[in-house]
Design a protein around this ligand. Structure first.
Ligand code: LLP
Length: 421
């Protein structure tokens, strides 16, 4: 469910015509809907109502400060994976005690920052990280609350590149090592085991792999409790999928929540969730303008002003995004087939192959739907293209929430060595 609809022949985000934003801000531009973000946060919160549950929005999905502030005002905590994301979450007003820190490669500096801020939990992913964290915490006279991320050896996720829970993946500690690591934690004065953490992948539409992984993890919690560990929390990660096209039917949040209620019932555990995509994904679109039509013997290329540097998902995961013209097609608008490509000098700079859609003339605009998660956050300045701009809409108002840098700003970080100046 989202708030992008045709009104008076033009695609709108809530009460704002996307053409107006494109005219004012230029293209490519990401546009986010406040109403959709709020709705998704509320649907998730309502699904877990009455449970001891921390919804720690996964900042990696969309870390724009205005997006984070909107979600903070809905009561969301944050799941962060770097010092930068921690800073963003705090800057947006998410309290430290609602922040969990995940990721396989935390540096000492990041640990210090997180310990000094007093975050809720570190999700630790290796024995070496445990020792490091304990040392850093002791140096600060603190004790780090820790959940060990375990690898349950369950496959799931919309694409091999976003599956994280199989034995060969770099994520989590091997299942068989977990009891020994919890045992070792008892002897490390800078860390305290407070829970267990699991996350098996992203864009998961079928609840069964999750249920299997969660049940297995609950079995581990019980085993560890019997072995004398006072575990109070279970972090079940993120991963719930979203519909990218009409034929997708991922499990709804209510079923996901019911499954989690079933598997955690009666254990007296705080449940931590790290949803990213399900909150932000359908709350954003990327708008781009058609530059040229380029006929080739067997196809027509639609060359647009957005590149894979602006929206990486198709190039990285062969991801599908519905593409809608901003001008509402009528029954008479001819349908055609395009290969939709950007200006980047890479063959992977292709958003869609042989996409059947209404004709869009040069100068016409299109929206890549469902781009609110893993869109702008993955953008780069490849080919020296300015970072894509971002806009937030709320009702009939909109504001630029990340501006496009100028060329001068882009080169400002660089400097000439003495011997060249
Ligand atoms: N927690 C952990 C530990 C994660 O690694 C992730 C995502 C999440 C939570 C949030 O997962 P979500 O609810 O958004 O599925 N760039 C890829 C997705 C990468 C996901 C990385 N980890 C894409 O565009 O599909």
């Amino acid at each position: 469910m989202h708030h992008f609809n045709y009104e008076d022949g033009h695609l709108h985000c809530e009460g704002v015509d996307l053409n107006e934003i494109a005219d004012q801000i230029g293209t490519p531009v990401y546009v986010y809907s406040t109403a959709t973000l709020r709705r998704h946060a509320r649907v998730i919160a309502a699904a877990f109502d009455g449970m001891d549950c921390l919804i720690a929005y996964s900042v990696k999905a969309n870390g724009n400060l205005a997006v984070l502030k909107t979600l903070a005002s809905e009561g969301c905590g944050a799941d962060v994976v770097s010092g930068g994301e921690l800073k963003r979450a705090l800057t947006a007003g998410i309290p430290a005690h609602r922040i969990v820190f995940s990721g396989v490669g935390k540096t000492r500096e990041e640990m210090v920052l997180a310990l000094e801020t007093g975050i809720h939990q570190f999700n630790v992913e290796s024995g070496a990280e445990l020792i490091e964290l304990s040392e850093v915490a002791m140096g600060l006279g603190k004790v780090a609350p820790v959940a060990l991320r375990v690898n349950p050896d369950v496959a799931a996720g919309g694409h091999p590149n976003i599956s994280t829970g199989k034995a060969g993946d770099k994520f989590g500690v091997p299942w068989a090592d977990a009891p020994e690591l919890y045992h070792q934690m008892k002897a490390l004065p800078g860390v305290e085991a407070v829970g267990v953490d699991v996350h098996i992948g992203s864009q998961i539409g079928d609840l069964e792999p999750m249920r299997a992984a969660f049940k297995k993890t609950i079995g581990l919690v019980k085993f560890l409790r019997d072995a004398g560990h006072d575990l109070k929390r279970i972090d079940l990660g993120g991963g719930l999928g979203i519909p990218y096209q009409a034929s997708d039917s991922p499990a709804p949040p209510s079923d996901y929540a019911q499954m989690i209620r079933d598997v955690t019932e009666g254990l007296g555990l705080q449940v931590i969730l790290e949803p990213g995509r399900v909150i932000a994904g359908n709350a954003g679109v990327m708008v781009s303008e058609v530059l040229y039509h380029k006929p080739a013997p067997d196809r027509t290329f639609l060359i647009i002003d957005a590149g894979m540097n602006d929206l990486m998902r198709p190039a990285l995961y062969q991801a599908h995004h519905d593409i809608l013209p901003l001008a509402e097609p009528s029954a008479d608008t001819p349908r055609t087939t395009y290969d939709i490509v950007g200006p980047i000098c890479e063959s992977t700079d292709k958003f869609a192959a042989q996409r059947k859609m209404p004709e869009v003339p040069a100068g016409g605009r299109i929206a890549f739907m469902s781009s609110g998660a893993y869109g702008a956050v993955l953008s780069s300045q490849y080919n020296a293209r300015p970072l894509v701009a971002e806009v937030l809409v709320d009702g009939d108002q909109y504001a630029l929430v990340r501006r496009r840098p100028s060329f001068d700003e882009m080169i400002q970080l660089e400097q000439m060595p003495d011997w060249l100046s």
